[in-house]
Design a protein around this ligand. Structure first.
Ligand code: 13P
Length: 250
């Protein structure tokens, strides 16, 4: 299976000009990478810029989506708008959105909304701290179950799950996860999926790792932790570093 590497630009860069340079740099990296599927998730205002570059191996994703199909919802963006801009994916349930009050129930509505319009959700899950009693496992189990509520079996092939522990993401991260921590969580999430659906779906669902991924640690998650790919924040803003991450996977 091709590895999936998602570039989550978050609230960056600050101008169209810089975004265009970043798109160009990232698209160039995609050449000659048969075994990697790159998904660029820029802020909404820059989605249109990807149309200037063509490469079948680079996909476009959004960083969020509204939970309604459209209408009187100020500030929201619908799945149809995203797909009209060329996006095939959208991140949902990101830890930074959850911190602002996004609940599993809202994330579930967003996932169902995306699937209805043939977009693939990249569902982020992850605990804010690891307790010795192992409660973080049931916490993540609850996230997976609640966010996938009423998602039909036949739609599961369109779902990607990213394990992003809150303590490992962004500028306030304390550290990245170890490959063992990732591997434990990957197996656990697959068991949860197997309980809800079946072993076949659990086997085939891609589980990515995200949180302080950099050129030096990328291969530990993919080779060591058997991640199906990576969700990269800060180091996706520098094509040199992002390229080095891609190289580490090959
Ligand atoms: P960083 O790679 O900057 O830690 O961000 C991870 C993340 O949140 C990706 O969605």
């Amino acid at each position: 299976m091709a590895k999936i590497v998602v570039a989550n630009w978050k609230e960056n860069p600050q101008s169209q000009k810089e975004a265009e340079v970043l798109f160009k740099g990232t698209f160039l990296l995609a050449k000659f990478r048969e075994n990697t599927r790159i998904i660029i998730c820029p802020p909404f205002p820059y989605l249109y810029l990807s149309g200037k570059f063509k490469n079948k191996k680079v996909f476009l994703g959004a960083q969020n989506v509204g939970k309604e199909e459209g209408g009187s919802y100020t500030g929201e963006v619908s799945p149809k708008m995203l797909s009209d801009m060329g996006a095939d994916f959208a991140i949902v349930g990101h830890g930074e959105e959850r911190l602002l009050g996004e609940t599993n129930e809202i994330i579930n509505a967003k996932i169902l909304n995306l699937l209805k319009f043939k977009l693939s959700p990249i569902l982020c899950v992850g605990e804010s701290e690891r307790d010795k009693e192992g409660n973080y496992l049931s916490f993540v189990e609850g996230q997976v179950k609640d966010c996938l509520l009423a998602v039909p079996k036949a739609q599961m092939k369109n779902i990607i799950i990213a394990y992003e522990p809150i303590w490992a993401i962004g500028a306030n991260a304390t550290r990245e996860a170890t490959k063992e921590e990732f591997m434990e969580m990957k197996i656990f999430i697959k068991k949860v999926i197997s309980d809800i659906y079946d072993g076949k779906i659990a086997h085939s669902i891609p589980i990515l790792y995200g949180g302080s991924v950099n050129p030096a640690n990328a291969s530990q998650f993919v080779d060591g932790g058997k991640a199906d790919g990576l969700l990269v924040g800060r180091d996706s803003l520098d094509p040199k570093k992002f390229g080095a991450i891609l190289n580490a996977l090959n």
